[in-house]
Structure formats: structure tokens, C-alpha cells
Design a protein around this ligand. Structure first.
Ligand SMILES: Cc1cc2nc3c(=O)[nH]c(=O)nc-3n(C[C@H](O)[C@H](O)[C@H](O)COP(=O)(O)OP(=O)(O)OC[C@H]3O[C@@H](n4cnc5c(N)ncnc54)[C@H](O)[C@@H]3O)c2cc1C
Ligand code: FES
Length: 290
């Protein structure tokens, strides 16, 4: 499979610099939760869309004149071509301005930045995804990638939780698309249920321990709030998962995205270029500043 975003060669288009924001038009806005929206965008220059190559785990710096910029994971899979998707939680100045936008509005997109999930550590193995809240955004890119390339990967299990049922993101995939696939098993949990919730209630790390998946032949990929990741890593260690088969992605504060400003370092590593994806074995070698 080509890793390119869209099919077809583009003879006339020069390689865009990853430092230059490209103008992109919002094609669709999906309201995932009260404070998370997914933006599907296409570049104004179709050649940029065609040439934009990335892999799951990479990010882009999104920008709006007058409101700033923010690093956001690409949540679409490179196997689904012709657009990019970003799921954005409204937390501050830039993300609130982005949430005001509608289809037809334009934003700046530069990237892709960072490393990607290490596919060779996953090929031919069972995959266990453990996500919390908006942390499902980078995992969704990889989940749809392995679903589309299912001959290269083993069966998929997803343990995902959010604060409440309405805070679960990507409900269409969780309750319909992924739920319907025979090689995907889903385990959802919420911190606090409501009148309509008949599923599991409890924190993600505790649910992981309760489900007690077997470590043999499995690679784990986890993303969520730092406190969740800390307890998930502890639970995985207790269950016997070797740290070199546990992969996570960090969200340090970033500015340049290209290893120039020093904003995102942990010890000698720049999360924007050496990460954001690390194995638990690599994290164990770093100072606990994340
Ligand atoms: C590699 C990477 C991938 C990311 N992927 C996503 C994603 O897919 N979806 C998403 O919604 N967010 C993602 N983030 C977080 C996102 O970049 C921040 O939420 C965003 O920068 C906030 O911008 P703002 O101007 O709205 O907030 P601000 O007004 O700058 O700040 C609002 C609050 O958020 C805090 N904050 C600001 N930046 C960050 C940050 N990078 N990490 C944690 N807290 C921060 C501030 O301290 C403040 O408390 C990612 C961050 C990184 C580094
Ligand atoms: S964000 Fe500037 S060095 Fe990483």
C-alpha cells in the first residue's frame, strides 16, 4: 500500500516545506462530545493533499491567524485517502476559536511532525489498544490502519474509557463500525454512568486489570491523560507485558514541532522529533518529567 494520503501522481507540485502552514478548508465537522469536535479538512492546493504522506502517530500544527496554533494528532488513517481528520478538545484560546468554525472555513496546517507508531513491533501480533478520553484520537488513526490492513496484523482488542457516556469520542465507530467487526473486541468503561448506561463503570487501569489480557504474542498501544498512562503502565507490568512491547504517545507542550525551540524536551530527547511515540522501555530510560 502506498503511504500517501491520496491516489494519483502530482507532477507539477513542489514538495511543501513542513515549516510552512498550508491553507486547508474544513469539509466536515462532527460533534463527538460536548467539548470535542472532529474536523475533516482538505488542502486548498489538491497537490498538497495528494502528496501529504504520514503514518499513524504523527501530528500537525494547526493555526488560525489571531488565535494561535496547537499541535494536534492526525486521527484519520493514511489508508483513507484524500483528506485529514483532527479531533480537538476545547481547552483554551486556539481550540475554542477552532470550535467556532464551520464547513467552508479555512485553517493553516503544517506538518506532519514526530515519529509514528512502530509498525514492525505490531505486525503478525495481537494488538491491545488502551485509551482514555481524547487519547483515542491518535489511536483511532492506527486502529483504522490495522483494520484496513488486517492481513498484516492479528486480532484487535480495544479497552477505552471516558469520564461519562457522553464523553466517549468516535461513538459511530465504537458502537457501529468497529463493534460490527468479528476480529475486533471492544471493552468500554466510564468513570460515572448515567440512566442510559448499561456498560462497565470504573477507571481504565482497573478495568484492564479486571480483564487481565494475556501478554503472550501481544503488543499494547496506549494513550490518554498522563495519570491514566501511569497506572496503565503499572497494570501492564503487573500482568507481565514486557516494556519493549508497550507503546505510548506523549503530549508535552510544543511550539515549533521541529526540534528548534527546546520547549518539549525530556532529558536529552525532544518529544516533537524523537517522539511523541515511545515504548515503555524507552520511557524508563528518561527522567520522569512527562
Ligand atoms: C504531540 C501532541 C499531540 C496532541 N494531540 C491532540 C489531539 O489530537 N487533540 C487535542 O485536542 N489535543 C491534542 N494535543 C493537545 C493540544 O496541543 C493542546 O490542548 C492545545 O495546544 C491547547 O491550545 P489552546 O490554545 O486551546 O490552549 P491554551 O490557551 O494554550 O491553554 C489552555 C490550557 O491547556 C494547557 N495546554 C496547552 N497546551 C497543552 C499541551 N500541549 N498539552 C497539555 N496541556 C496543554 C494550558 O496549560 C492551559 O491549562 C496534543 C499535543 C501534543 C503535544
Ligand atoms: S516543540 Fe520545539 S523543540 Fe520540540
Amino acid at each position: 500500500m502506498s503511504e500517501m494520503m491520496a491516489g494519483g501522481a502530482s507532477a507539477a507540485v513542489a514538495e511543501p516545506s513542513v515549516l510552512v502552514p498550508q491553507v486547508a478548508t474544513i469539509r466536515r465537522v462532527t460533534e463527538e462530545t460536548p467539548d470535542v469536535k472532529t474536523f475533516q479538512v482538505v488542502f486548498e492546493d489538491p497537490g498538497v493533499t495528494e502528496d501529504f504522506a504520514y503514518l499513524p502517530g504523527q501530528c500537525c500544527m494547526l493555526s488560525l491567524p489571531g488565535s494561535g496554533e496547537a499541535m494536534i494528532s492526525i486521527t484519520s488513517s493514511p489508508t483513507r485517502r484524500g483528506f485529514l481528520e483532527f479531533a480537538v478538545k476545547k481547552v483554551g484560546i486556539f481550540t475554542s476559536a477552532l470550535h467556532e468554525l464551520e464547513p467552508g472555513d479555512q485553517i493553516g496546517v503544517r506538518g506532519p511532525y514526530g515519529n509514528h507508531f512502530p509498525l514492525p513491533l505490531m505486525e503478525g501480533r495481537k494488538l491491545l489498544f488502551v485509551g482514555g478520553g481524547i487519547g483515542l484520537a491518535p489511536l483511532r488513526s492506527l486502529i483504522n490502519y490495522v483494520i484496513d490492513e488486517k492481513d498484516r496484523f492479528g486480532p484487535v482488542s480495544i479497552i477505552y474509557g471516558a469520564r461519562s457516556p457522553e464523553d466517549l469520542v468516535f461513538k459511530e465507530e465504537l458502537f457501529h463500525t468497529w463493534a460490527a467487526l468479528p476480529h475486533v473486541s471492544l471493552h468500554l468503561t466510564v468513570d460515572k454512568g448515567d440512566a442510559s448506561w448499561e456498560g462497565h463503570v470504573g477507571f481504565v487501569p482497573a478495568y484492564l486489570e479486571e480483564l487481565a489480557p494475556a501478554p503472550e504474542g501481544t503488543t499494547v498501544i496506549t494513550c490518554g491523560p498522563p495519570v491514566m498512562i501511569k497506572f496503565v503502565l503499572q497494570a501492564l507490568s503487573k500482568l507481565g507485558f514486557p516494556p519493549e512491547r508497550v507503546i505510548t504517545t506523549l503530549e508535552m507542550k510544543m511550539k515549533c514541532g521541529v526540534g528548534k525551540c527546546g520547549r518539549c524536551n525530556i532529558g536529552g530527547k525532544y518529544v516533537c522529533v524523537d517522539g511523541p511515540v515511545f515504548t515503555a522501555a524507552e520511557l524508563a530510560q528518561l527522567p520522569a518529567e512527562y
